[in-house]
Design a protein around this ligand. Structure first.
Ligand code: BG6
Length: 486
């Protein structure tokens, strides 16, 4: 087996974040409320009632955060723009102060030699659009999204080369409309598939506009991908895994990359009466606007077997622990049984894999499998836009964080990514999740991902001091050596 010695010269070693999870300043300088600003204030929705009003105060501390990025030697930084900071009600007046903030951030990154990677939508729909149109369930939101994208393309097209359209469409639609865990907190599959189609149209609209306005830039969506395994070699389990791969992954990725829905899934949804309405004009748009790269967020895959759930079992309820790549497969059996797709496959624990404290399987080899599958199916350059370990970190008395578990996790994943590159997958960059610690949508601050510790918790903003963890210095070395010693 021939491995590569190092990564491509211009490989983008990066780290990532999202506006709601870091910025704070939720109503400053003209920003309008987003659905997360409102949702997180409803009792019982988030861990200990955490919300993003202050988050890690990046809005006021971005220069300090970037100084740590520079010290680390980071080549790329992925962040998202809050739509309601740029257009407070989502569709009306542009808020120049909002645009200024992002331009200043981008200037500061460039000044420090860091390539900005800008995500247009990381789950924070302006509340006004949710109220007026029902958010992604209405096509009225598409021109609003187009206007918002246009404002950013025009302002930043000479400074930002890499753009991400949607972050994990599969995750925000299923958590929002299947599991009622994210806003708008609905449990209705017909509405989920309808909203998903509108997001596809908005994605294609943004890509199409981008290709007109920013011909030198590159754009693509970031998809939460996890490969699906069959539990056994029983052909019925293998078929179940094919079904799950089609429902979970092909369903979104085929539309992004080919502009068509997989026929098998569409037939099943039609049969169940929950298929989205796709017009001839929709199809033309979807096939005409394909991405320049595919962003992949990798945390873990899923394992399935042929249908063995006959009736809901009487299980005691477990803590809701939503997987990021495949919210469907990780649910307790009685909840799976409520899903109409259930005759196709049942999600089950993989007996070979260890898990994190939050029950997410740790599967570095699955990362290589993921990259290879994507390459052979879609043949696009891949940008790994997220990968990381959520863990409880301990700040020692002498202000250190010995996160060797995070170093092990990242190291194992990078080794597998290096092998995938040797296998022939074109990977243009890797953004670890996350740069600083940040607010987890549903898990507060105890589940930490950053290279840089932030001194705060659910109940107390404390000092918000930044403290580099051991993993910070480890990644600094990896970048310096361009991955040679992985
Ligand atoms: C990804 C999201 O799905 O997973 C991030 O894009 C998120 O925004 C990350 O924070 C980790 O999820 P969690 O639930 O552990 O915070």
């Amino acid at each position: 087996y021939k491995e590569i010695d190092s990564f491509p010269e211009d490989f983008l070693w990066g780290a990532a974040s999202a506006a709601y999870q870091i910025e704070g300043a939720w109503n400053e300088d003209g920003k309008g409320p987003s659905i997360w600003d409102e949702f997180s204030k409803i009792e019982g929705k988030t861990f200990e009632g955490t919300n993003g009003e202050v988050a890690v105060d990046h809005y006021h501390r971005y220069k300090e955060d970037i100084s740590y990025m520079k010290e680390m030697g980071l080549k790329a930084y992925r962040f998202s723009v809050a739509w309601s900071r740029v257009i407070p009600d989502g569709e009306g007046e542009i808020n120049e102060k909002g645009l200024d903030f992002y331009e200043n951030l981008v200037d500061e990154l460039i000044k420090n030699g860091i390539e900005p990677v800008l995500t247009l939508y990381h789950w924070d729909m302006p509340q006004a659009l949710q109220d007026k149109y029902g958010g992604w369930e209405s096509r009225e939101v598409i021109p609003a999204f187009e206007k918002y994208c246009e404002a950013l393309f025009l302002r930043l097209r000479d400074k930002v080369k890499y753009w991400v359209t949607m972050n994990e469409q599969n995750v925000f639609t299923s958590l929002g409309y299947r599991w009622a865990a994210h806003p708008p907190a609905v449990t209705d599959l017909k509405r989920m598939y309808a909203a998903n189609h509108v997001v596809n149209l908005a994605n294609a609209t943004a890509i199409s506009l981008f290709h007109q306005l920013v011909p030198k830039g590159l754009i693509g969506p970031s998809y939460g991908y996890g490969p699906i395994y069959p539990l056994t070699a029983d052909p019925s389990d293998v078929l179940a895994a094919e079904n799950a791969e089609a429902f979970n992954n092909d369903w979104t990725l085929d539309v992004y990359c080919r502009g068509t829905y997989p026929k098998f899934v569409m037939k099943q949804l039609e049969h169940l009466g929950i298929a989205p309405q796709v017009t001839a004009e929709d199809s033309r748009l979807l096939t005409s606007a394909t991405p320049d790269f595919l962003g992949i967020n990798y945390y873990h895959g899923g394992t399935v077997q042929q249908n063995r759930i006959e009736k809901p079992e009487n299980q005691s309820s477990t803590e809701k622990n939503f997987s990021k790549t495949d919210p469907y497969l990780m649910q307790p059996k009685e909840e799976q049984a409520m899903s109409p797709e259930v005759p196709m496959f049942n999600g089950i624990e993989n007996p070979y894999l260890e898990k994190t404290k939050w029950g997410w399987e740790i599967d570095p080899v699955g990362f290589r499998v993921a990259l290879r599958r994507i390459q052979s199916r879609y043949d696009l350059p891949v940008f790994v836009t997220e990968n990381g370990l959520g863990a409880i970190d301990v700040l020692t008395e002498d202000k250190k964080i010995h996160d060797d578990y995070r170093i092990d996790y990242l190291n194992e994943h990078l080794v597998e990514m290096k092998k995938a590159i040797a296998d022939g997958v074109e990977v243009i960059g890797y953004c670890a999740w996350s740069f600083t610690d940040l607010l987890s949508w549903l898990n507060g601050y105890k589940k930490r991902y950053g290279f840089v510790y932030v001194d705060r918790d659910e109940h107390d903003e404390k000092t918000l001091e930044r403290i580099p963890k051991d993993s910070f210095y480890w990644y600094q070395q990896v970048i310096k050596e361009n991955g040679e010693n992985l």
